[in-house]
Ligand binder design. Structure first.
Ligand SMILES: *Cc1c(COP(=O)(O)O)cnc(C)c1O
Ligand SMILES: [Zn+2]
Length: 422
């Protein structure tokens, strides 16, 4: 008996499908959730928590597998040892700057391809491996293609990535090229690539691995639970996360919601989704109490991973924000770049997208929405080394608040002493 089914996210429809069927949407057009029969495990919250602490030498995915993809045979798992990422307590200086003592950073940039997308791909590519598909594809703002390409390469699957030409970082472009994907740069934006990859995978036997594939969401959903286990099961007051296509916030919410229902955690955190002003359709909808949702045309932003005007998982994200009494916030380019410089300079290397979450947290704290005494976890989504150009541009610009440009000197001790004021 299979433990999982696909189910339409529209409660008025709720149609169910076999989990082994390859489909990304309900017949009515809505997205799908993977729903599991957790009751069949007959476990208390305490028993689940014990399960997650078993086999600590294996990648996180194995320990959490019963809650992620219970039907997946272990020998089908394609892992590069993702997850178990560090949870940093902010140092004194960061606590002071942000005005929060119990401030944590969950650094998802410490995954194998340097972003949280690896958590989605261990699930998505393993499932593809289980289904026996031969070719996988995705549209990407950079990190999805890097991750999918690496995992598909490891599994020996053919891999195709659609990228908006000139809109991703050089390091992100290098990743799928070097791991052997067919890389197609299209003269459009991410939303344009996303539309085309859906047409491509609908027409041909190519498996779609964007986060509209609900198995990706299953992999990503343990970010929250893993964090809480690192906090010895203390539930934070807030999780703060950047939002682009809205898969990750949907996953975070689904994982925490299920954990609450299974009594693995005994209270609910609040969620804050942070967007950039250049691409803020969910923030705009939130401002109108979600009375309507309108896609926007995303403008250029250094947070290129979230330069998305028509988030595929918008409805799932809104569902989670409502359930968790959450908020959306938006930040400017200056706010996010300054936030990046602040966290980078404490020794934690982050990307502009992660910095969006940090800047949003700062704004919410200043507005009093987040309180000084709150326990706050900011999810850092990728590593700073993926975005060297943005970092160099910021630090070389004398107008930047925290600029720290390198100095060029003649090769003499005197010159060095002068530069160091010695
Ligand atoms: C993909 C990505 C995001 C956005 O996640 P969504 O699921 O698209 O909302 C944020 N930051 C980084 C670094 C990413 O790669
Ligand atoms: Zn439906």
């Amino acid at each position: 008996m299979s433990k999982s089914v696909l189910q339409c996210i529209n409660p008025q429809c709720g149609k169910r499908y076999n989990a082994l069927e390859i489909r990304y949407r309900c017949d009515c057009g809505e997205l799908l959730d993977v729903i599991h029969d957790f009751e069949s495990f007959n476990r208390t919250g305490e028993m689940w928590r014990k399960e997650f602490k078993k086999n600590l030498q294996l990648p996180a995915f194995f320990r959490f597998k019963d809650i992620l993809l219970p039907d997946l045979p272990e020998e089908k798992i394609v892992t590069l040892f993702e997850g178990d990422t560090p949870l940093y307590l902010a140092n004194r200086e960061l606590q002071r700057i942000f005005g929060i003592k119990r401030l944590y950073f969950k650094h998802e940039g410490m995954n194998p391809t340097l972003s949280f997308k690896d958590r989605g791909m261990v699930a998505g590519v393993s499932w593809a491996n289980y289904l026996g598909v031969k070719i996988v594809a995705c549209a990407s703002t950079g990190d999805t293609s890097a991750s999918m390409s690496a995992y598909a390469a490891f599994a020996g699957l053919k891999r195709v990535v659609l990228l908006p030409e000139g809109k991703i970082s050089l390091e992100q472009l290098c990743q799928p090229i070097s791991s052997g994907a067919i890389v197609l740069g299209l003269q459009t934006d991410f939303d344009g690539c996303m539309k085309l990859v859906q047409e491509l995978t609908a027409k041909h036997p190519i498996y779609l691995l964007n986060s509209m594939n609900p198995f990706r969401i299953e992999g990503q959903k343990i970010i929250g639970l893993e964090t809480i286990s690192q906090l010895n099961w203390k539930v934070p007051d807030w999780f703060i996360i950047p939002v682009g296509n809205a898969g990750n916030i949907s996953a975070l919410g689904k994982g925490l919601r299920e954990a609450y229902e299974l009594k693995i955690i005994d209270s609910l955190p609040r969620l804050a989704g942070i967007q950039v002003e250049a691409a803020n359709p969910l923030y705009q909808s939130y401002k109108k109490n979600f009375s309507d949702f309108k896609p926007v045309v995303a403008q250029k932003t250094t947070a290129s991973a979230i330069q998305i005007g028509n988030p595929v998982s918008a409805k799932k994200a809104i569902r989670e924000i409502k359930y968790f009494n959450g908020v959306f916030e938006e930040v400017s380019e200056k706010e996010l770049l300054d936030a990046k410089a602040i966290v980078d300079s404490a020794g934690i290397s982050i990307c502009p997208n992660s910095a969006t979450a940090v800047a949003g947290m700062k704004k919410l704290r200043e507005a009093g929405v987040i309180r000084e005494k709150d326990l706050v976890v900011v999810i850092l989504t990728a590593h700073g080394s993926k975005f060297s150009q943005a970092t160099i541009d910021y630090h070389k610009d004398p107008k930047s608040t925290y600029s720290n440009p390198p100095k060029t000197l003649p090769p003499t001790l005197e010159a060095i002493e002068r530069a160091l004021n010695l």
